[in-house]
Design a protein around this ligand. Sequence first.
Ligand code: IMP
Length: 196
Amino acid sequence: MRIVLATGNKGKIKEFKKLLPNDEVIAFSEILGEMEIVEDADTFKGNAIIKAQTIFDKLEDENVIVISDDSGITVPAINNEPGIYSARYAGEGASDKDNLYKLIDELNKRGIEKTPAYYTACIAIVHKNETYTVHGWMHGNVINKTSGDQGFGYDPMFIPHGFKETLGELPHETKQAFSHRSQALELAKKVLKVIL
Ligand code: IMP
């Protein structure tokens, strides 16, 4: 089936394509060109719905399946930051690297070397003007340094439960086996089975 992704994040597009090998997965920008979507909800779910609904409305085809993902990392020891602000933690237009080092700075400011953290992913599906949402989580710890260059975003400072290495050091397939996005997508696939 043909699925339009309501994201411009190259890391996510790559992950979704790998997670949906039997489907034609295209980024919205390939059809609509680049476009900014204002994500001003206060939850992952709210922002995922805004993204998917915006692209669905623009495509003007009720049979299209639009999927969006809103995700981020939460660190309870620093007031649940960055949470929904993960993509712009170091400011508007910040790069993944800027955000990663901002989180390391925040840990260092508090003298924290290692503390629990978790990733959340909410996936929204819009089809025939109906909206469906599912969530996935990945728990572990963040450390105040980076190691490895696999994955994207905060992966080089995140050690998932059950491992000694960061996601920057672990093979992509390992992350894919249990990541927040993979878990949410497994649920999303079940939703697609029911609605299509
Ligand atoms: P969104 O594109 O608005 O959902 O922002 C998600 C942000 O959360 C990304 O820019 C990353 O900073 C972070 N993030 C989400 N998922 C991951 C992941 O799997 N690895 C690393 N960082 C992630």
